[in-house]
Design a protein. Structure first.
Length: 211
């Protein structure tokens, strides 16, 4: 319905982008990496969590309800942390903090299999943090692209990074579960988050000033 109501609002763009869309992946690496991580964790986690949950001792309905709790976290975190993000100039700090929350949450999963409630709390926070990292990344890429055809190219970079993540996530998480057992689910997700934290810290150290 919203798309139908805005059917006449599409801008006319005749010029070509100044940069190929692939260049935006490297122009804002912390943002595109966050989108990649979110795609990997979101699809990999959603597709394999029921397997992880049932192998951990939860019933199918309990595991499915945990996925619902994760989705609730994705929703409620957008408002509160989104308003906080608007007050922070360097979005990399917030992105790193959100990823650290996801990393800690993933590492805690093997220790929480005896408590459905505690796992629900951790998944709610971790899911919300990862989701916010994705939306903040979109705004960071858009800010660097400015407008017009460059914005279209930047959006293509955003979608491309997310799509690659959705392909890599289930493969890596599934392989990790095959190799390391059921806890491989948590280790693989923690690995994705850890890679982003390392990249973000390096970027902040090398380029500490960002308006």
């Amino acid at each position: 319905m919203p798309i139908f109501l805005a059917r006449d609002e599409s801008p006319v763009i005749d010029e070509k982008p100044d940069r190929h869309f692939m260049r935006y992946i490297f122009l804002v690496p912390t943002a595109t990496a966050a989108v990649f991580i979110f795609g990997a964790v979101e699809l990999g986690g959603l597709s394999l969590f029921t397997v992880y949950g049932t192998r951990s001792g939860f019933t199918e309905s309990q595991a499915a309800l945990l996925l619902t709790v994760m989705g609730i976290g994705n929703f409620i975190f957008q408002f509160s942390l989104g308003m906080l993000s608007d007050q922070i100039k360097d979005k990399r700090t917030l992105l790193t903090a959100m990823t650290v929350i996801g990393l800690v949450g993933a590492l805690c999963l093997p220790m929480l299999v005896e408590s459905w409630f505690l796992m629900a709390v951790v998944l709610c926070c971790s899911g919300g943090a990862a989701s916010l990292a994705s939306t903040r990344s979109a705004s960071a890429i858009s800010a660097r692209a400015c407008k017009g055809s460059d914005l279209l190219a930047a959006n293509a970079a955003f979608v491309f990074s997310y799509a690659v993540g959705t392909v890599a996530g289930p493969q890596v998480i599934g392989a990790s579960m095959d190799v390391a057992g059921n806890n491989g689910f948590a280790w693989a997700i923690a690995g994705f988050f850890g890679l982003y934290v390392a990249l973000s810290v390096v970027r902040i150290v090398l380029n500490p000033k960002r308006s």
